[in-house]
Design a protein around this ligand. Structure first.
Ligand SMILES: *Cc1c(COP(=O)(O)O)cnc(C)c1O
Length: 429
């Protein structure tokens, strides 16, 4: 459930009228709901209450520092994948000892920064990375707390671009090499092995791949303990799917509680502290992208609503063929005739399409639409393609809203660019 509902026919985020925000900040803009973020986070806390679990919100899903702050105030840790995200997590109030540093290609600078900050653990994805972390830790006179990310070779049966747990994927250390890599890690003076990590993919709509992966993990823990390693923590990753409103995703999606049952039965009796890294399932339904219709264009076979948002603002439909529900901000009167409409952006790419043949009421230019479930992998994936400045992000809390990222202006967008000295510079005039 989310907190974007109609009241007297007008879409609200909590107690705030979306049209009112649009008039204040202009379109397009992202709008997030505090109550929804909190509700989703608490669903994890409640589901895992009987397990010793830390929820490390995957910052890459939505990295605005106001979103991170909303969650950190409830006790969230963070899963970060870059120096930028590390800085955001710290600014958002997440204590360093609740931050996991993940990522398949950490640079020397990132590893050094993670160690300097004193993060809870660095999740290691390869032997060369392990060696580099050791070198950096030794030079800092530290022992780096690391977990080794194992690729359990389990098919998450999700979109091919977001499945990560197959041996053909670039993620983690091969299952079969775990024994050797743990032995090596234990021999390095700058390394303290604290655990094992797995993350098999994103937008999982079925729990069986988790059950499979965690059962394998359990066997691995037994083997590593027999080898004499101490496994202090298990990081079970993120990836729980959410409904995007299309018919294909089952209505009875697993909840955090269902997920917790699987975890409990697979690894609960090991009594090892757990880490979870949910991203999408916390932020996804907590955000919408609001856009205004520029033109209604009657094509030969289709009706197009050309909107002022584009693929640079929300890339998921283009990148993953993702379905996002699209709704009018002003509800049509009951019984109003529906029409088949393609909702498209203004960019010269066929992929710049938010919805094809959607059943929607008749619109006029100037009407507002909300593209739902845009809170995760939305604003964070935006670009300035077509030299379109990044759009604002707004956070609603009950009857208040605040702009948590301002709209860029054109000068901010091009201000870091320079014309080389060897050109005659155009006169500044
Ligand atoms: C992307 C990612 C997550 C979060 O995945 P969601 O599908 O957003 O829950 C967690 N852990 C790792 C290592 C990731 O790469």
């Amino acid at each position: 459930m989310d907190h974007f509902q109609y009241r007297e026919g007008r879409l609200h985020a909590e107690d705030v009228d979306i049209e009112y925000i649009a008039e204040s900040v202009g379109t397009p803009f992202y709008c997030y709901s505090t109550a929804t973020l909190e509700r989703h986070f608490k669903a994890y806390v409640d589901a895992f209450a009987s397990l010793d679990a830390t929820i490390c919100y995957a910052v890459k899903a939505n990295s605005n520092i106001a979103v991170i702050s909303t969650l950190s105030r409830l006790g969230a840790g963070a899963d970060v994948v870059s120096c930028g995200e590390l800085t955001r997590a710290l600014r958002g109030g997440v204590p360093a000892n609740k931050i996991v540093f993940s990522g398949v290609g950490k640079s020397r600078e990132e590893i050094a920064a993670a160690l300097e900050a004193g993060v809870l653990q660095i999740n290691v994805e390869s032997e060369p990375e392990l060696e580099l972390i050791n070198d950096i830790a030794v030079s800092q006179n530290k022992r780096a707390p690391i977990a080794i990310r194992i690729n359990p070779d389990v098919d998450a049966k999700t979109h091919e671009k977001i499945t990560t747990g197959l041996s053909e994927n670039k993620f983690g250390i091969e299952w079969t090499q775990a024994h050797a890599v743990f032995a090596k890690a234990a021999s390095l003076p700058g390394i303290e092995v604290v655990g094992i990590a797995v993350h098999i993919g994103s937008q999982l709509t079925d729990l069986e791949p988790y059950r499979h992966a965690y059962t394998r993990l359990r066997d691995l823990v037994a083997m590593l303990c027999a080898d004499g390693h101490k496994i202090a923590r298990l990081d079970l990753g993120g990836g729980l799917g959410i409904p995007y409103g299309d018919g294909e995703i089952p209505a009875d999606l697993p909840t955090p509680r269902d997920y917790a049952d699987v975890v409990q039965s697979a690894v609960g009796d090991l009594q090892i502290p757990l880490i979870f890294e949910p991203g999408r399932s916390i932020a996804g339904n907590a955000g919408i992208l609001v856009t205004r219709i520029l033109y209604i264009k009657e094509g030969a076979t289709r009706t197009f609503a050309v909107v002022d948002a584009a693929m640079n603002d929300l890339l998921r439909p283009t990148l993953y063929n993702a379905y996002h529900d699209i709704v009018p901000v002003k509800q049509a009167s009951p019984g109003a005739a529906l029409k088949e409409i393609d909702v498209v952006g203004p960019i010269c790419e066929t992929g710049d399409t938010f919805g094809v043949q959607r059943q929607l009421p008749s619109f006029a230019a100037g009407d507002l639409l909300a593209i739902r479930t845009a809170g995760a992998y939305g604003a964070v994936m935006a670009s300035t393609y077509n030299s379109r400045p990044l759009v604002p992000e707004v956070l609603v809390n009950k009857s208040s809203f605040d702009v948590i990222r301002k709209r860029w202006d054109v000068d901010q967008m091009i201000g870091l660019e320079a014309i080389p000295d060897w050109f005659d510079k155009p006169s500044e005039g």
